[in-house]
Design a protein around this ligand. Structure first.
Ligand code: ZN
Length: 336
């Protein structure tokens, strides 16, 4: 028989055998049938190559090699596919009731808030939420923000009813309620939505989320504050994050301390995200002001405490790669 015909015949036979093997999964047997050293069909054909004339060798050498490679690859691939099917599709029982479809997931903000809550619960904090419609007293006065402070201005605050009822401008209002209504020791975190009189754009919204915390007890010092913030930031970012602390002014604390992390995008060399500073401010904190404690009915001669607060929206945007804050609150689907 002509050599080419034999090659074609072997190829056809192999394809038939491969089809059958795909059903029974016995790929090892198929391999042996064609490639066993002593009696494999393709092996025997290849063994004939040295016996051919020089001209035939040139012609059929590549053809034989091609046949061998094609068959081996076909067996290998079919075997892998077969294994995948076995794993993903074990015996299907069509009589079982169908599983309910799983749709939706937690909002990124909710995910982050829950992670943080778990972290602080582990360290003995309670999680407190409170009203979003607040009085001027709890939102400003008890936090050492005097009547003429710029933050109380109409420009920043959304009033529900002038002059006393407003949409809280920070979750520190929860802090002042907790300090007023509880006796130390106090360890509480307060996640929540806050409101400002701002026009929405890519990075600002008229409402956003804050995460604050407050600790009051005997003998609380800056050292406790710093250790808490350090542990927390390591948890939020990673354990080898570089951070620095700076003196800052906030009316409800004294002294105030801002915490920066080294920009994770440029490792401190400067980029658009950090506005070429190399550092990103992530959190404000400080020792609770003497007057704040006093106005909330806690004796500042006996107790001291610290508080911190941070915006959550930017953090969530960075973490999930969300370029526009309005996406966090918009109902529409966005495909990019
Ligand atoms: Zn940077």
């Amino acid at each position: 028989m002509d050599i080419q015909n034999r090659v074609d015949e072997i190829h056809l036979k192999f394809n038939e055998d491969l089809k059958k093997t795909k059903l029974n999964g016995d790929f090892d047997n198929l391999f042996l049938k064609y490639f066993s050293k002593s009696s494999g069909i393709t092996t025997l054909l290849l063994k004939e190559l040295p016996k051919l004339s020089a001209e035939e060798k040139n012609k059929y050498g590549p053809v034989f090699n091609d046949l061998k490679a094609t068959q081996k690859e076909a067996i290998e691939q079919a075997k892998i596919l077969h294994e995948i099917e076995q794993v993903s599709n074990p015996l299907i029982d069509l009589t079982l009731p169908e599983k309910p479809a799983e749709t939706g997931m937690l909002h990124p903000l909710t995910q982050v808030i829950r992670e943080m809550n778990d972290f602080f619960r582990y360290y003995g904090f309670s999680v407190a939420e409170d009203r979003e419609i607040e009085t001027v007293e709890y939102n400003f006065r008890k936090l050492n923000l005097p009547e003429d402070h710029p933050a109380t201005d109409l420009q920043d605050t959304l009033f529900v009813k002038q002059p006393d009822i407003l949409l809280r401008t920070h979750t520190s209002s929860v802090e002042s309620r907790i300090l007023t209504n509880n006796k130390p020791p106090i360890r509480v975190v307060t996640p929540g939505k806050v409101y400002r009189n701002e026009t929405a754009n890519k990075s600002n919204s008229s409402f956003f989320h804050q995460y604050q915390g407050v600790v009051v007890d005997k003998g609380i010092t800056m050292q406790n504050l710093k250790a808490t913030i350090e542990t927390f930031l390591k948890f939020l970012y990673n354990t080898d994050i570089k951070m620095r602390f700076r003196y800052k002014y906030y009316p409800e604390v004294s002294p105030g301390m801002g915490a920066d992390i080294q920009c994770t995008f440029c490792s401190g060399s400067g980029c658009e995200v950090c506005r070429y500073r190399g550092w990103i401010e992530v959190l404000g904190s400080g020792m609770i002001h003497y007057n704040t404690l006093k106005m909330c009915g806690i004796d500042p001669e006996v107790y001291t405490g610290f508080a911190w607060g941070m915006g959550l929206d930017r953090l969530v945007m960075t973490k999930f790669g969300i370029p526009d804050i309005r996406r966090l609150y918009g109902g529409g689907m966005v495909y990019e």
